[in-house]
Design a protein around this ligand. Structure first.
Ligand SMILES: Cc1cc2nc3c(=O)[nH]c(=O)nc-3n(C[C@H](O)[C@H](O)[C@H](O)COP(=O)(O)O)c2cc1C
Length: 237
């Protein structure tokens, strides 16, 4: 299996979220091939809204930049993991730019209505729906609810249903960085690694029990507040 990690944190290697993503894929079988693209190091120009990709037979975008390579990597992958921080309740701008540029994966919209509420359902290459898709995000808030609500609704629409992707949404992101090695964080990352093994062994799904377990933040809000107060006081980066 080919795994593509799309790392959409501007902090790149220092991303808190990437720490979670690395723990998740460390639970994958050894013969899985893992590739990573740091999209903040890539030239991704914003979509111009010209619809030339829909007008051309081969779905070519008129903009020539790193999206050609990124889209080729997406098509090669069996499992795609988008890994990113929550920015104002949604994805960071570079990932939004990348997502907009993926318009050419869909066929031109002709006004059809979907009885089951699915929207963008028709893809040029239906094989895209055979790919496994995972969203891993971390936020600064002490609980996943309600800050990830808009993001989940966003992905439900993009993926045409919540059953078509797996979401790992982690609160207290700042303490999940490499820099804060505590017993609680180590245990949490072990649970994420176990979730990665389960995901592959369980038909690329997580059980409800695992989803519940990994949604619980490492620290209580009081514990988190103590760590964060110390962090800002001493000005760590
Ligand atoms: C511009 C900006 C916007 C943010 N918006 C939110 C937000 O809406 N909700 C939240 O809980 N955290 C928010 N955060 C905190 C980050 O999501 C959090 O620190 C995350 O763990 C950073 O992940 P990274 O190290 O992978 O980049 C924001 C941070 C920045 C820099």
């Amino acid at each position: 299996m080919k795994v593509l990690i799309i790392n959409a944190s501007p902090k790149m290697d220092r991303s808190n979220t990437l720490n979670i993503t690395n723990a998740f894929v460390s639970g994958f079988p050894e013969d899985y091939e893992i590739n990573r693209i740091d999209i903040y190091a890539k030239d991704i120009k914003p979509c111009r809204g010209c619809f030339c990709c829909w007008a051309s037979e081969d779905a070519t975008c008129v903009i020539k930049d790193d999206m050609t390579e990124i889209m080729a990597e997406i098509m090669k992958a069996d499992i795609i993991i988008e890994s990113f921080p929550l920015y104002f309740y949604n994805m960071p701008s570079q990932l939004k730019a990348m997502t907009d540029r993926c318009l050419s994966f869909a066929v031109p919209y002709g006004g059809s209505r979907s009885e089951d509420g699915r929207t963008f359902d028709i893809m040029r290459d239906p094989a895209i729906f055979d790919k496994k898709f995972v969203v891993i995000s971390s936020c600064g808030y002490v609980e996943p609810e309600p800050v990830f609500t808009a993001l989940l609704t966003h992905y439900d629409l993009i993926c045409c249903g919540r059953d078509r992707y797996t979401a790992i949404l982690c609160a207290e992101g700042q303490i999940l960085s490499n820099a804060r090695e505590t017993r609680q964080v180590r245990n949490y990352l072990e649970s994420i690694k176990a979730a990665g093994s389960e995901y592959c062994a369980n038909g690329f799904k997580l059980s409800e029990e695992t989803q519940r377990k990994i949604a619980i933040p490492c620290f209580s809000p009081e514990g988190f507040r103590t760590i964060m107060n110390a962090h800002w006081k001493y000005g760590e980066s």
